[in-house]
Design a binder for this molecule. Structure first.
Ligand SMILES: Cc1cc2nc3c(=O)[nH]c(=O)nc-3n(C[C@H](O)[C@H](O)[C@H](O)COP(=O)(O)OP(=O)(O)OC[C@H]3O[C@@H](n4cnc5c(N)ncnc54)[C@H](O)[C@@H]3O)c2cc1C
Length: 421
C-alpha cells in the first residue's frame, strides 16, 4: 500500500524547504514529506559572488538532510509521474505516495543540448556558466588575456534573469583590476529589447552599462556555438523585423550570415543555458499543454493553486508565473501556499492570502555595489518601504552589497529555511 501524507512536497530546494518549515511551525500534527533525490542543498544566489572570487563555493552548500525541518520526512527518490485524479505520485525508484495536498516545486532543468554546440563548448577553457560551475567562471576570467568577452542569455525563461548581466558587471571590474580591460571588448548580448524591464532600475542599469563601456546588443538570441572556431551564432529576434542591424561596431568581430544570423567571435563566453520545467513536470497533466506557458505548472498566479486540481499547489521556478524566478519571490509565495493549504484542511476554502508577483533581483554592479530591484506583476516597482526610507534603492549602493554578501546568506540558512522569515 502507498504511504500517505497530509502534505507531500516535490522538491527540497528553496520552495520546498520554506513551505515545509512554515507548515510544520503552524501545525505539528501534519504528516509532511519531501521527495528530493539530492544529497545537497545549494544557496544559488551566492554563485555570482563565487564566480567573482569573493565567496567560497563550499559555503553555498549544505547537506539536504541538514535543511529538512524536524518532523518532516525526507524521501530520497526522483518523483516521476503525477496521477492527480488518484492523488498519487510515483517515483523512478518504483514507489507510490498518496497525499491530501501536493506542493510541486522542483525548480528548473538546464537544457544544455537545446543550444547546439554548448555541451562541447563547455569542455573548452573559454566557455563558462555561473549556472553550472561558478568556480570555472572564475578560472576563465583569471586566465583571460584580453580580446572579446561575450556574456549572453537564452530566449527561454531562466532563473534569476539578472544573473547573466551581473556576471558581465563583475567581469568588467575584475578585468580592470587585472589590467586587461583596455584590451577587452566586453559584450552583453540579450534576446530582449532592453537591459531590464522595470523602471527606474532600467535607467540606472543603462547608466552602469554606459559607464563600464559594455557593448549592449539587444535582440540577439543565441542559437549555436562553434567551439572550434570560437564563434557564437545569434538569431536576430526583433519581432516583425528581419533586417538585423550591426550597431556600434567598434571593431567587434561580428558579421551577418544568411537570414538574420549574426556570427560573433569570442575569446571568452559566459552564458545561461536554455531552461524549462523538469521533464517529469512539463510532460505531465499538471503543466500547460499549449500556449506561451506550455510546459510550466498551471497554477493561478495569485493563489498558486493548480487551475484544474484544487488539492495541488505550485511555486518557485517551475510555476508559470509572469514574474522573475528567484528565491526572493519564493519568500512571498510560500506563505500563500501554506495559508491556503491550512485553510483548505480546516474548512475546504482558500485563505485570503494572495501573491502579488513580488520578486527581486539583487543586481550586483561591481565589487561593493548592488542595485536591489524589487517589483511585482506588470513590471511595477515594489521596493520595500523601510529600505526605501533609509536608502535610495533606485541606485547601486554599498549597503545593498553588504546585504547581498553577508546578510542574505545568513538569513537564508537561519531564518528563511527555518520558516521564521
Ligand atoms: C547563478 C544564479 C544566481 C541567482 N541569484 C539569485 C539571487 O540573487 N536572488 C534570488 O532570490 N535568487 C537567485 N537565484 C535563483 C534561485 O536560486 C532560485 O530561484 C531558487 O533556488 C528556486 O527555488 P526552487 O525551489 O523553485 O528550485 P531549487 O531551489 O532549484 O530546488 C529544486 C529542487 O527540486 C529537486 N528536484 C529536481 N527534480 C526532482 C525530482 N524528479 N523529484 C524530486 N525532487 C526533484 C532538486 O534536487 C532541488 O533540490 C539565482 C540562481 C542562479 C543559478
Amino acid at each position: 500500500m502507498a504511504s500517505h501524507y497530509d502534505v507531500l512536497i516535490i522538491g527540497g530546494g528553496t520552495g520546498g524547504i520554506m513551505t515545509a518549515a512554515q507548515l510544520r511551525r503552524k501545525d505539528k500534527q501534519l504528516r509532511i514529506a519531501i521527495i528530493d533525490p539530492s544529497k545537497d542543498h545549494w544557496y544559488q544566489p551566492a554563485w555570482t559572488l563565487v564566480a567573482a572570487g569573493t565567496f567560497d563555493m563550499l559555503a553555498t552548500r549544505r547537506s539536504e538532510a541538514s535543511v529538512i525541518p524536524p518532523g518532516v520526512e525526507h524521501i530520497r527518490e526522483h518523483a516521476s509521474t503525477f496521477e492527480p485524479e488518484a492523488s498519487t505520485v510515483r517515483t523512478q525508484e518504483g514507489s507510490a505516495y498518496t497525499y491530501g495536498h501536493l506542493v510541486v516545486t522542483p525548480g528548473v532543468q538546464l537544457n544544455i543540448d537545446d543550444l547546439p554546440g554548448l555541451r562541447e563548448a563547455l569542455r573548452t577553457d573559454a566557455v563558462c556558466s555561473n549556472y553550472l560551475d561558478p568556480e570555472k567562471t572564475h578560472r576563465v576570467m583569471a586566465n583571460f588575456k584580453g580580446g572579446v568577452a561575450v556574456f549572453t542569455q537564452p530566449a527561454t525563461p531562466i532563473k534569476c534573469g539578472g544573473a547573466p548581466q551581473k556576471a558581465a558587471y563583475l567581469a568588467d571590474e575584475f578585468f580592470r583590476k587585472r589590467g586587461v580591460r583596455d584590451r577587452t571588448k566586453l559584450v552583453f548580448a540579450t534576446p530582449g529589447s532592453v537591459i531590464f524591464g522595470v523602471q527606474p532600475f532600467r535607467a540606472a542599469l543603462e547608466d552602469v552599462v554606459r559607464r563600464k563601456e559594455i557593448i549592449l546588443k539587444t535582440f540577439y538570441n543565441p542559437v549555436r556555438i562553434d567551439p572550434v572556431k570560437q564563434e557564437i551564432h545569434f538569431k536576430w529576434s526583433k519581432p516583425g523585423d528581419n533586417n538585423c542591424v550591426l550597431t556600434e561596431e567598434q571593431g567587434l568581430p561580428e558579421k551577418i550570415e544568411g537570414e538574420g544570423t549574426i556570427v560573433m567571435k569570442y575569446d571568452m563566453l559566459h552564458l545561461a543555458p536554455p531552461q524549462s520545467a523538469p521533464d517529469f513536470v512539463r510532460h505531465s497533466p499538471l503543466a500547460y499543454a499549449d500556449g506561451p506557458n506550455k510546459g510550466w505548472l498551471e497554477v493561478d498566479i495569485h493563489t498558486l493553486q493548480h487551475k484544474r486540481y484544487p488539492n495541488i499547489f505550485g511555486l518557485g521556478d517551475a510555476a508559470a508565473l509572469p514574474t522573475a524566478k528567484t528565491g526572493a519571490a519564493i519568500r512571498k509565495q510560500a506563505p500563500v501556499v501554506v495559508a491556503n493549504i491550512l485553510q483548505r484542511i480546516k474548512d475546504g476554502a482558500l485563505s485570503k492570502e494572495q501573491y502579488s508577483g513580488y520578486s527581486s533581483c539583487p543586481l550586483v554592479t561591481g565589487y561593493g555595489k548592488m542595485l536591489l530591484a524589487e517589483f511585482k506583476y506588470d513590471n511595477v516597482r515594489d521596493s520595500d518601504p523601510l529600505l526605501s526610507r533609509l536608502f535610495d534603492t533606485s541606485k547601486p549602493l554599498w549597503s545593498m552589497w553588504v546585504l547581498k554578501k553577508y546578510m542574505l546568506p545568513w538569513l537564508y540558512w537561519n531564518k528563511m529555511l527555518k520558516g521564521t522569515m
